[in-house]
Ligand binder design. Structure first.
Ligand code: UGA
Length: 448
């Protein structure tokens, strides 16, 4: 099929490359000429394992190209995917739909024939119908422009696999022809047994908001338990393991620690909250305020643990911060818990030295006052305190005895709960793990 993908950020670039990989003819569109040039040259402008290979393969096949021209995309494609960003508005928690509206305004005048527009961006419920009305009013094809919604569930770091082998497809449609076209687009996945849920427009939009709200709630639940564990001397890792054995609960997304960040969960949570309030159903989502607050407290608890570990004042001390991205295998620092902690320690007068294998460049723009170094060794050299804030595998694999020779004081905070704390304590370290307390030579006595 001939597809267009409008917006070539994280979601769009991955979708365009993967759809071409499946055999479709794809034109990717972005208003950012530099991004288009980079993608046409086979360069992915962000860090995503495996995506450059898929992009280059698709370009070489001749089935994929990128443009800035809405006219070209409209003339080429029979199905248009909307993949533009919906960031958070600064003043409210609501979603900023400027890019969505811009894409509709750009595309509509060139839609002279009946066509299908499929939204993939995460939008407030009700947007799809509004866009259908906007196309009907602004496109020469009028009501011949059919609008469907097909939310995306890909995770950064696994974007290619999640796009080619999703655990489900969700399509919100108002016509059988839209459903048939989408079944054709995804025929290979459907043949491979990927389940499909066909529904109406508002349900499809809500599925995405509900999925991210549930995941965020699960993470904040375990972090709330971590707070209780800290207050009682219990161990959150064992607790997560024990409750996770219950299949109704499940172990995944019960990793206690520094909590969630990134360009999706935090802003989607707030946008969902704001939309529910607009709809007069705000009280149904009151609990998401607590989910957000628990998540923010993970950051303040980490800073408090750092101050306690160094005996009260961190002013002038050298702090090695391992990780700046919101999660490993990503260079994304949007709403990154790691960067917030680093920023707070800087405020307390610490000399913060950060190393992230991929996110140094993005992080240094956000936190220019911190020092950024190119290796773990440089970050650790002479440190009075080490903080593991993003669980890149090279940090998880650090050897406590080797690191002991590099630092000035054997104190570490494992804010992601990934280190073997007994091994670190045996090597002479005092180690604090969120939700598990402090062990090692200078650890305070455990609660009664
Ligand atoms: C998330 C969802 O997982 C995807 O399904 C969704 O498609 C995507 O948002 C989106 O809306 O586009 P992503 O933001 O890539 O994907 O990241 P996750 O893997 O969900 O992790 C989010 C954050 O939660 C990270 O900061 C991670 O460190 C944290 N996390 C995750 C925990 O603190 N504990 C856990 O147990 C799991």
């Amino acid at each position: 099929m001939r597809l267009s993908v409008i917006g070539t950020g994280y979601l769009g670039a991955t979708h365009a490359a993967c759809m071409a990989d499946l055999g479709h003819e794809v034109i990717g569109l972005d208003v950012d000429a530099a991004k288009v040039e980079s993608l046409n040259a086979g360069r992915v402008p962000f860090h995503e394992p495996g995506l450059p290979e898929v992009l280059q393969r698709a370009l070489a096949s001749g089935r994929l190209r990128f443009t800035t021209s809405f006219q070209e995309a409209a003339a080429f494609a029979e199905v248009h995917f909307l993949c533009v960003g919906t960031p958070q508005l600064d003043d409210s928690g609501a979603a900023d739909l400027a890019q969505v509206n811009g894409a509709v305004a750009g595309l509509a005048p060139y839609l002279t024939e009946p066509t299908l527009v499929v939204g993939k961006s995460t939008v407030p419920v009700g947007t799809a119908q509004r866009l259908a009305d906007a196309f009907a009013a602004a496109a020469p094809a009028g009501a011949g422009v059919d609008v469907a919604w097909n939310p995306e569930f890909l995770r950064e770091g696994f974007a290619v696999a999640d796009t080619l082998r999703p655990d489900r497809l969700v399509v919100g449609v108002t016509t059988t022809s839209a459903e048939q076209k989408l079944r054709q687009v995804y025929a290979q996945m459907l043949d491979a047994g990927v389940p499909i849920v066909v529904t109406d427009l508002p349900t499809a939009e809500l599925v995405k908001a509900a999925a991210n709200a549930f995941l965020a709630t699960k993470i904040s639940f375990i972090n709330a338990m971590a707070e209780l564990c800290e207050a009682t001397g219990a161990d959150v890792a064992t607790l997560a393991q024990a409750i996770g054995h219950d299949e109704r609960i499940g172990r995944r997304f019960l990793q206690a620690g520094l909590g969630f960040g990134g360009g999706c969960l935090p802003k989607d949570l707030r946008a969902f909250r704001a939309r529910a309030t607009e709809l007069g159903a705000g009280s149904a989502l009151d609990f998401l305020d607590d989910v957000d607050a628990i998540n923010q407290r993970c950051r303040t608890r980490t800073v408090a643990a750092a101050l306690t570990l160094v005996g009260g004042s961190i002013d002038g001390l050298r702090v090695a911060v391992l990780g700046a991205a919101f999660k490993p295998d990503s260079d994304d620092v949007r709403d990154s818990p790691a960067l917030d902690v680093a920023a707070e320690l800087l405020e307390h007068g610490a000399n913060v030295v950060i190393h992230d294998p991929a996110a140094n460049a993005n992080a240094s723009v956000r936190l220019p006052k911190a020092g950024f170094v190119d290796s773990t060794d440089e970050a650790l050299a002479g440190a009075d305190l080490v903080l593991l804030l993003t669980e890149w595998k090279q940090f998880v694999a650090l050897d406590p005895a080797t690191v002991a020779d590099q630092v000035n004081a054997l104190r570490i905070i494992d804010a992601r709960g990934v280190l073997d704390r007994s091994a670190w304590a045996q090597a002479g370290w005092t180690i604090h793990t969120l939700g598990r307390g402090t062990i090692g030579p200078t650890a305070p006595p455990r609660h009664a």
